[in-house]
Ligand binder design. Sequence first.
Ligand code: AMP
Length: 215
Amino acid sequence: MNLILLGPPGAGKGTQAQRLVKERGLVQLSTGDMLRAAVAEQTAIGLQAKAVMSAGGLVSDEIVNGILSDRLDSPDIANGFILDGYPRTAVQAEALGAMLSDKGLVLDHVIELVVDEDALVERITGRFTCGSCGEGYHDHFKTPKVDGVCDVCGSTAFKRRPDDNAETVRSRMAEYHVKTTPILPHYEALGLVSRVDGMADMAAVAASIDRVLDV
Ligand code: AMP
């Protein structure tokens, strides 16, 4: 089974994709992860992508289509794949269609995680983790029991992701609206789109996705 997970940043695509990997043996194809790896390895692509990514903009279609097409040639996708963060533009959606037909692959579902974006900004900008054990916390929804001390390991070092600031999150959401949502009608016309409430708790979101996939 091959699917696309769509939704703005922080909607839970990565979390749900990882669950589907574990439960269904699908492969997660996250162009964001591929680009972050290229940045970390300082490849030519990584060097080009770095500044755009930290500003919350989109990397060029040409680069992203290239890395995705290469990835689709890998034999581990035979059991099925989840596209997470791709396609993000009409050009990418068109390129994906061509790649799939060239490679003899079929798309089964497009799932859009629908979220309340003001709540999402609060959810993302308030999150922080223990710098030692990685336990997740939130300024409003889950504070440590003793202020400044991790409940799990007792560490007093906490960290926040640099891209979890309101400004970057807002620009990534704007990119989603301007460039990504216009690709939905194409998939709707093919009868592939299902919408799932991404603001429900994680288990409820998982159950809704499973209902779509198991029809
Ligand atoms: P993500 O992890 O999917 O949120 O992606 C992180 C960043 O990588 C995005 O903000 C973009 O700068 C870049 N990126 C990831 N996927 C794509 C894509 N399909 N097209 C363009 N840029 C992308």
